[in-house]
Each structure stands twice: as C-alpha cells, then as structure tokens.
Design a protein around this ligand. Structure first.
Ligand code: PMP
Length: 503
C-alpha cells in the first residue's frame, strides 16, 4: 500500500527505473549549490571553468514582438498592421534576466528568473497541488527524460492505441513495450484502460504497466480531447492501479468552440480569470498524489524552434530529472530563457499579454478548422468515401475512409485464431491511398498506420474485438497551414478519393 509522507504527496519512489536509482548527482553541480549557500560575503571562487561575463560577445538583444494592445485579436491585427512592441535583454542595464547572468552555467531546472516566471504562469493556469517546474528543450526532450526515469527492459507503458511515434519510439530502443488502450472520438476510454490492467497476467507478461502516456487535448493524431469526466475516471484508475500519468499537452491552449471571453476587459486580473475559465482542468490540477508528470512546450504557441518547454512534477521526480539533466543536456539555451523571461516580465507582454496572444491564436486556428471542415463538406463528403468529426482542440482532423466501399476490399472471415490478426486488407488499401494521393494528386496526409500501437493477443479481449489493423482506416490532416493550402488540399483529397474508389 502507498504510504502518505508528511508533505501530503504519496511516496512513489518504487516507480523509478534502475537507471534513475543508480544515477549520481553531478558532483560539480553539488559543489555549485554549496558555494551558492556560503555565508562569506567577499568569496572569491576560482572553482569553475566559467568564462567571465565581460568576455561574452553579447551587449544587447532586441526582440520585436507583436503588440498585444489590440484587446480583441492581436494575431490578426499584427498580421495586418505589423505593430510591434520592442523588448530587450541587456548585459549591463537593468532587465528581467541580464545577459551577464543568463549565459553562465546554471542548475538543471533552469535560470532562476526564467524558472520563476514559468512557475508563476504554471501556478496561475494549472494550480498544481504541490509540484515543481524544470525547464526542458521542449516536450521531446522532456518525454525522453521522463520515460527513462521509469522504464527499463521488460517494462510496459500504456498509451492511446493511436499514439505519437516521435515519442513512443524512444523507449522501444531500450526494451520498453507499448500497450495501446482503445479509444473513441473522446480519446482513451477509461473502462478499456481498466480492462487492460485487470486482465494483465504478470506470469506471462511481466510487471503490470505502471505508466500511462497520453495527450489529453487535441491528441496527436486523432484530435480527440478527454472530457473532465474521463479525466477524473482515469485519475481514479491511476490511483487504484498505482500508475504514473505522463500528461503531454502541447495543444492545451488550442481548444475551440469555448464560450467567448470578455476580452475587452482592461483589468488584467479580470481578463486572466475570464481566459482561464475557458481552459479544461488538467490531470496536473487534480494530482493530489504527485503521480502526474505534466509536459508543456512553447512549440505550438510560439514556434517549434524555440526548443523550450517545462516539466511539472512532484519533488522526488523533479530531483531525479535534475540529476539526469545535470549529467546530460544541461538546462536549455540562454537565448530562449532570456526571451521568455522578458516576454513574461513587466517589460514585455506579462502573463496577461501572453494569455491575450494565446486566446487570439486559438481563434486563428479555429478559423482554419472551420475552413477545412467547410471545404471538406463541399469537396469530400459528397463522394461518400470519407467523413470527419469536428475536433475540440489541436491541429489535426482524423479523416475516416470507408475502405469497405472499395472494389478490391477483402474481408476474410477467420474462425478462431488470434484476435489480433488482420481480417481485412484495410491497411494495404490505406498505404495505396496515401501513395496515390501524394503521387497523382500532390497532397500528403499521414496514414493511421504510422501511429498504430501493435497489439498483442495477451492483452486484447478475445471476444468481439476488431483488430486494430482493421480499424486503421484514417488519414491525419493538419490544419496548421495557410487557407490556400487547406482549400487546395481538401479539393485534391476529394478528387483523389473518387479516382481511387472508382478505378
Ligand atoms: N508531443 C506531441 C503529442 C506532439 O504532437 C509534439 C509535436 N508535434 C511533441 C510532443 C513535440 O513537441 P516539442 O516540439 O515540444 O518537442
């Protein structure tokens, strides 16, 4: 049974991998900490190989940010007027994170000023019960570290049955296997998650999975978003079965069709309150036990090349991630940390301005989604070969293709045998369609097979189960591009489907 420690967070140390347990703190970083706590006021440190800031070849950095003064729609008004707000990082003048500090070696969690700014944002938006923030180079970096914290050869991790291979690929290389959990248009089905855990036979499969990796908002690739009800059920299952939840949430702020906020409000606190009331409660916000590790990134809301994000976790996992960072990547680059710190400071957008940007960005993507669905309705739906559901969030629509209407569709009824062997040629037709669309129509969508987690007969129900390969009948379309790309793409899809099905 779990034991509650005195800070109210459950002891979850038994989840750590051998690697995480065996990792030593970087002794140099530890000495840095000791030095930083030394009471001597005129301490001369000749301990580290730190180039002195007088030799850093940067005097000043200027950033031209979109002005967020237009309260209704900063993204559009910036695109139209180009009105910018200048912010600066200085080496010697006053600013939120001076160059002279930013370019020094620092501790794993990131530079204090940047970490504090992001912690304030995290506390305001997610209000986690008792968690700590560590900067990362984005969620790819963060997840790579998180998976190694818990996984080792022979372990199984749980994830959505269609999951993001950029992430799931990583621990495969050191012997972790993935177990896909059945999903529908609302994401992972809690009862299916529970079923896997109940059915799990440790004698045949080894240790029961202890980590669930999921993308709860605008899931990649299906575009699904977990309802609050499902989140509560999944969290309760995680408590019962002692799971860690890795909440990878790059699309969190891109959630559509939410009630309009009173954006004209001049009062920052009121605006922020209105804005946060349109956001969905996260797993992190419900995490009384400390079993949620949340990953946030600036990739989708500023730019992918920012390579900056953060992990919010309980103290033990925070320390262990820090040990790993101190002996591997080191904290993220100073440029990104300086920019974000100035952006969130009183010299820049502040948290309020960033929220105005996020709100406006969400409207921008919602317009693109509306356009995609309009053109789909006009150009693709009348073919009768595909359909799409409106996603609540993110950048993706999951287009279902009706392969059973294809003249070469084959359905071989197997009697008996393993339930996970494909009974149809859906996957072959999907591959053909992907290639045809690309080579003859000049449009690319990602086939669902790219994301499908291979099934194992040992964790799949034998009765009435439709093999995943027979349900792999989707194309992932992103609406992140321009209106012109979206319009042309959908027209080409309609044409390509007609040609493919009427060959
Ligand atoms: N997780 C998911 C679900 C993603 O869709 C992406 C980017 N496509 C990432 C992680 C990677 O994010 P980052 O750029 O922060 O590494």
């Amino acid at each position: 049974d779990n034991v509650t420690s005195n800070n109210g967070v459950i002891d979850l140390s038994h989840h750590l991998s051998d690697e995480a347990r065996n990792r030593l703190a970087n002794p140099l970083k530890d000495i840095m900490r000791v030095i930083s706590e030394c009471p001597v006021t005129d301490l001369i440190t000749m301990a580290n190989g730190d180039p002195h800031h007088s030799l850093y070849p940067f005097q000043q950095i200027m950033y031209g940010l979109p002005s967020v003064q237009d309260p209704s729609d900063p993204v559009t008004s910036w695109n139209n007027s180009g009105r910018t707000q200048m912010i600066h990082s200085y080496r010697d003048q006053e600013c939120a994170l001076p160059i002279r500090n930013a370019f020094q070696y620092s501790r794993a969690a990131g530079l204090v000023q940047c970490k504090d700014a992001i912690t304030d944002f995290t506390n305001l938006i997610f209000a986690p019960p008792n968690h700590h923030v560590m900067l990362t180079f984005g969620n790819s970096d963060g997840l790579t570290k998180v998976f190694r914290l818990f996984g080792q050869k022979g372990d199984h991790f749980l994830t959505d049955e269609f999951s993001f291979p950029g992430m799931t690929n990583c621990p495969l290389a050191y012997g972790v296997k993935w177990v896909g959990v059945k999903m529908d248009s609302g994401g992972i089905i809690p009862e299916e998650l529970e079923k896997v855990l109940i059915r799990w036979d440790e004698a045949k499969l080894g240790r029961r999975p202890r980590l669930l990796y999921t993308v709860p908002v605008g899931q990649n690739p299906t575009g699904s978003t977990l309802s609050v009800d499902r989140r509560k059920k999944i969290y309760a299952i995680a408590q019962t079965w002692d799971l860690i939840i890795a909440e990878d949430d790059p699309y969190y702020f891109l959630r559509y069709d939410v009630p309009q906020t009173n954006c004209a409000s001049a009062d920052p606190d009121e605006f922020i309150k209105n804005f946060t009331s349109t956001l969905i409660p996260t797993f992190l916000s419900m995490d009384v036990d400390g079993r949620v590790i949340r990953l946030d990134t600036f990739s989708k809301v500023l730019a992918p090349g920012m390579r900056l994000g953060w992990i919010t976790s309980n103290k033990l996992f925070h320390l262990k991630l820090g040990e790993y960072t101190d002996s591997s990547t080191q904290p993220p680059h100073a440029f990104g940390q300086m920019f974000v710190t100035e952006m969130l400071s009183e010299h820049g957008w502040k948290i309020e301005g960033f929220c105005r940007w996020l709100r406006s960005l969400r409207l921008e993507y919602q317009n693109r989604l509306d356009l995609l669905l309009d053109v789909f309705q006009r150009e693709v739906e009348p073919t009768g070969y595909a359909s799409v559901k409106r996603p609540e969030a993110g950048m993706f629509v999951w287009i279902e293709v009706f392969f059973e209407k294809h003249p070469r569709f084959v359905h071989e009824r197997c009697s008996g045998g393993s339930p996970v062997v494909a009974r149809t040629n859906t996957e072959c037709l999907l591959k053909e369609l992907f290639e045809r669309l690309m080579n003859t129509q000049g449009v690319v969508f990602l086939p669902a097979s790219t994301f499908a987690i291979p099934e194992n007969a040992l964790w799949v129900e034998s009765d009435g189960h439709v093999p995943l390969s027979d349900r792999t009948r989707f194309l992932r379309a992103a609406f992140a591009g321009t209106e012109d790309m979206i319009e042309k793409g959908m027209i080409r899809l309609g044409k390509g489907l007609r040609e493919f099905f009427q060959e």
